[in-house]
Write a protein that binds this ligand. Structure first.
Ligand SMILES: O=C(O)CCC(=O)C(=O)O
Ligand SMILES: [Fe+2]
Length: 375
């Protein structure tokens, strides 16, 4: 998929916090709140946010920060996230019709198609992918064949869940617009370290891209945790996102579609920081979180660093039947955008020659081949 890669992070050399309790499989990690930026500051191009960006995305940051008080966000989030269990519970034939094997399931419904860290197919979650900005990014047949995961068209359940399209596009566009503001302030921060040429900053690159992808995620009910998997990454394996900037909602937990507080405070998103701490990340329900993807690392010459993350399923008796719904927006460069790799490549070293010059389309097709069975 266009999107993420289970990087080779299986043996994470975590610096275990002093007070951590270590069991055979699980490390109880510290829980930390993200740095947060009020929308009114973010919106102001003259507001100096370099300290906040540094605290969030700099060498000692978590690699994730969040934006508060975005007008209209709260109801758009709830509207979309509550559709995830509905979509996942549609009859199998309906979901089959929403599949797009040609794009390696990067448009429409995807369940059990992607490989987990273990090499097994991922049955724990279902996803619905669409480009919230453009329904048909191109009509050029050769491009569609070459980059099917970006150049294909959206597939909407127009007769079976008609409200999905509007809700998905509305939330996706809002997270995109706010993400561009985050990108602008990232450029300001990066330009203190390296020269950022006009039109080559993250904001310009993301603004002109036709490659953005939203992912509505639905994690199927945990049965007293995931049987046989006590690990931190029991719901979603460790990986870095392929794109530049990922916008994330705070997840909703439900049982039979009814919202409930999560019964296990250890469940949720974990991040490995740049100084190798593993941290459980928390932010307000109405905040939009943004984390760094691989191509922001490449474009910034390593000043920004891709954020490794995973998701832990809730454990224990009360967790039986608990579902999790969330949304991610992968803001990615256009398929035609040139990426110049620094001499020292940290990302997918085994696939990418140093000093390579690839387009984002070429790069992501290379990386994706790893996580899907060949058709
Ligand atoms: O479920 C989440 O909170 C994160 C999902 C994720 O990391 C991804 O889809 O790349
Ligand atoms: Fe991710």
């Amino acid at each position: 998929m266009g999107i993420r890669s289970h990087a080779d992070l299986l043996s994470i050399p975590a610096t275990v916090p002093q007070n951590a309790v270590v069991s055979l499989h699980t490390t109880i990690a510290m829980s930390l709140s993200t740095v947060s930026i009020p929308f009114s500051h973010l919106q102001d191009k003259d507001y100096d946010l370099s300290l906040k960006i540094e605290q969030g995305f700099g060498p000692d940051g978590l690699g994730i920060l969040s934006v508060t008080d975005v007008p209209g966000y709260s109801s758009l989030r709830r509207n979309l996230l509550h559709l995830a269990p509905k979509l996942a519970n549609l009859p199998k034939e309906v979901k089959d019709d929403l599949e797009d094997p040609n794009s390696r399931y990067n448009f429409g419904w995807s369940h059990g198609k992607e490989k987990l860290e273990s090499g097994k197919l991922d049955l724990l979650k279902g996803s619905f992918y669409a480009n919230p900005i453009l329904d048909t990014p191109t009509t050029d047949k050769s491009l569609i064949q070459r980059y099917p995961s970006y150049c294909g068209s959206n597939v909407w359940p127009r007769s079976t869940l008609p409200e999905l399209e509007l809700a998905f596009k509305a939330l996706g566009k809002l997270i995109f617009d706010v993400g561009l503001m985050v990108a602008y302030h990232c450029d300001q921060y990066v330009s203190k370290g390296i020269k950022v040429h006009k039109d080559e900053g993250l904001e310009s690159i993301l603004k002109r891209s036709r490659c953005h992808k939203g992912r509505l995620l639905y994690y199927f009910p945990a049965q007293q945790g995931i049987p046989g998997d006590n690990s931190m990454s029991s719901w979603c394996g460790w990986h870095t996102d392929n794109g530049s900037l990922t916008g994330l909602t705070c997840a909703i937990f439900t049982r039979d579609g009814e919202e409930i507080p999560c019964p296990d405070s250890a469940a949720g998103l974990y991040i490995r920081t740049r100084n190798d701490q593993i941290v459980k990340v928390v932010y307000g329900v109405d905040n939009i979180a943004y984390q760094i993807g691989e191509t922001a690392e490449i474009l910034s010459g390593g000043i920004l660093r891709a954020t490794p993350h995973c998701v832990q399923a809730p454990k224990g008796k009360e967790s039986s039947g608990v579902e999790r719904s969330t949304f991610a927006l992968f803001m990615q460069p256009d398929w035609d955008e040139k990426l110049s790799f620094p001499e020292e490549v940290h990302i997918h070293k085994e696939l990418i020659p140093s000093n390579a010059s690839l387009t984002y389309g070429e790069y992501s097709e290379m990386v994706l081949g790893k996580y899907y069975d060949k058709k």
